[in-house]
Every structure is written in C-alpha cells, then in structure tokens.
Design a protein around this ligand. Sequence first.
Ligand SMILES: Cc1ncc(COP(=O)(O)O)c(C=O)c1O
Length: 486
Amino acid sequence: MKEQKKKVARSERKVAETPALEFCGREVRELGVGVGTMLGACFVDGRGLNTLARHFISALEPMASNDGISASPTAASDSVFNHLVRAPEDPILGVTVAFNKDPSPVKLNLGVGAYRTEEGKPLVLNVVRKVEQQLINDLSRNKEYIPIVGLADFNKLSAKLIFGADSPAIQENRVTTVQCLSGTGSLRVGGEFLAKHYHHRTIYLPTPTWGNHHKVFNLAGLSVKTYRYYAPATRGLDFEGLLEDLGAAPSGSIILLHACAHNPTGVDPTLEQWEQIRQLIRLKALLPFFDSAYQASLFCGFASGSLDADAQPVRLFVADGGELLLAQSYAKNLGLYGERVGALSIVCKSPDVASRVESQLKLVIRPMFSSPPIHGASIVAAILKDGDLFNEWTIELKAMADRIISMRQQLFDALQSRGTPGDWSHIIKQIGMFTFTGLNAEQVSFMTNEYHIYMTSDGRISMAGLSSKTVPHLADAIHAAVTGGA
Ligand SMILES: Cc1ncc(COP(=O)(O)O)c(C=O)c1O
C-alpha cells in the first residue's frame, strides 16, 4: 500500500514536470476519457512514442491499484482559484494592518475610525453594559429570527431620533424604517432599492467622501458621479463648487449628503448653506440620500449642546414634505461598531407609498441577509425607550466629546508652540472624529516611516486615537514633515 502510494506520487511528479504530459494526464484523470482519446491527444501534440509510453504508464499506474486509492482530481490539480491576484488592503482598514505589523513601542494608529480612551483602549459605554446585563437576565428573551425588517421598536425609535418625535412625516405615517447592518448595510440596501425601483440610476457623491461610498453604490448597481465639496486652499467648504455641480446634475439624480460631521474632511455646511442646498435639490427634483453615521454623537451636536442640532439639516428636508432616504448607524454614537446596528428610513409622500416601499425593501433584504441581528438593536431600543438610560447615554457622550475637543486644542497648541509653519486653525474648527490635516501623501509616508504614525494617505487623522501623552509625538512628526523632513 505504501509502495503504491509512492508510485502514485512518482508518476504524478513525472506528469507535472512536462507540460505536454500534464495536459494528457489531466485529460485522463479529470475527464475520465479512454485511452483512445489520450493516444489521439498525444499524437496530435506531435510527440513521439516515447512520450506516449511515459504518459501511458503514469496515467495508468494510479488506476492499476485496486485498493480504491487513486489521485483525486482536486489533490492532483492546481487550485481552482489559482488565477486570483492578491487584492489590495482596504485603504482605511489597511492602515491598522500595517500598524499591527510595526514592532515600534512609540507607534500610533490614527487611521482607525473608532473612539479610544486616554489610555488608547476601545470603550464600551456603561449604559450599553448595563442594558446588556438586563437583556441577559431577562430569561423570557429568545433567539428566534426577527422579522425581515427588524425590530419594530428599534425602527420606530430610530426614526424618532433622527427626524424628531414631532416630525410631520412620522405623524402622518409616511416613513418606512428597516433595520439593517449598521450604516454600510443601510446604504447598500438603499442603493439596491434605488437601482431596482428608481427611474434615475446615478448617484452623486461629494469629493472627497468616505472611501467605501464609491464601492457600496457601484456594487448596488448605481452609476457613481461626484460633486465638489472640499476646498483644499481654505480647508473649508467649496460651497460655490457644490452649488454649481448640483445645479448641473440631471434632474432626478440621487445626491448623497453627509448628515453631519463630514468624513473625512470634518467640514459641514452652515444651516443657512444647508437651506440653500435644500432649495436647489428640491427645485431640480434631485433625490437626497443622507448618510447619518455620526448623529447625536460627540462628533457634531455637542458644539451646540443639543443632540437634536445634529439632525437639523435632515429635518429641514423632511419639513418641506419632499421625499428622501436616510442611512443611520449606531457604530460611533453608541460605540456599537461590531454589533452592526443601523437603519434605513425612506420618507415618502404618503402612507400608502411608504407601505409599498417597505414591501419592496423586504425583497431586497431577504436574499441579502434574510433578517438582521437581534442583539445590538435590542440594546439601542432599550436605551432610546427609557428616559433614564437615554440621559446616561448623553452624559457618556459628553465625556467622550470633551476628550476629543481637548485633543484638538492640545494638538493645535503643540504645533503653535513649535512654531510649525502654516495655519493650523482648521484643527480646532473642523468637527467630528477626524481632522483633515492637509498633509500630503509624501508627508504621511514620512511620518509613518520616521515616527511610526499611521493614518490614511489623504492626511486624515482620527482625533479619537490621540491622547495627552501622544500629542507631542504627533506634533513633532507634523513639524518635521512640513519643515523639510519629508
Ligand atoms: C460617512 C460614513 N458613512 C458610513 C459609515 C459606516 O459605518 P458602519 O457601517 O460601521 O456603521 C462610516 C464609517 O466610518 C462613515 O464614516
């Protein structure tokens, strides 16, 4: 038996060593064709009898064993995936991959889009821990599938959080909300719904935007175009460019808008500018699709001290009675990143349309992920439903907000004290989790190579990844990069 196996291995090696023989050998092994075909193939191939004989032996040796061991097609041939080339890392998540490989003790990851404590650790909110405990202790709960559209409570409360409890659209039953897999999943479901049922299949994204937007909407079946958003010269909004580009978009086009804390720039329109954008969008019958990944979080509304302030731009659009889509994420504002909790809401003209829209959303969701997960949505619903828990949440948000604001100030001060050339006031002006530093790809790469500081190549840094301890190291690196180090 051992000897037979060796023979099989020997003969297979022989076959593999000669391309022409490999071809013939495969024919026999994989297609199971007879000797006649094999002879034909070898002669057609122009090889002599020698080749034929060698091939004949190697092909028949395994067959000759009658103990059932023969070279299995999969074991003997190459992987059916052998043609694949290695895909590049995701430009955002790849930063963490590179960071993890760096053994330096001073390395710093500012690429990650998640909150970190002053000690650089991920944070689970106390209110989340508390609710999770309650859920575990409640033995009446089960793990049955939830409906295709998700938990009814979660959906209702999510719509209220973004549109406001007194929203006319909610009161008139014109909103349909379906639970999806965080912000990304909500965008994808919305994108596929539009590709299937909306008469215009082009979506306009701001430049720049969160990198995944292009891929999500392309794969959803929409054609992706862009509109001007950021002006590098002022490190602010290119409002004229934005109005011009939206004004030139064909009527009916879909317009993706970051509801607040634009990622990656941290630059948002003022409320007055939002109102102008709204008027233009409605005038041209464009369809707004809001991406709300940071609502009610430290990243926006805390400047005004009001959680509702973050939702103002969205509410402006709802108030005019027009239609819109909105993707909501609870990753950042409740720290539920890995729970994948989010919702897609579609505000419609009438309850009847909303209910038909929902019926079609089910047809998008069912073959995509069948029904959403129960755990994260139960946590969110419990917090949004209960006044005390809701208040606890806002207090924890405030603590996170204060830390981020302090990081902005500390970094700004550190650059000032080093006399770093340039105007760095955008660090304290921009809002949200990120600062769009204005550093170029070469400077970023210098900072990574020389200072072990990791960030996306567009110069975006996560303020949430900084601490009082690491600010001086970052300021040194930026100073060196802009004063000729890079
Ligand atoms: C603008 C924007 N939209 C959507 C998302 C999606 O996040 P998630 O799918 O984790 O909710 C993110 C995450 O970084 C984002 O920044």
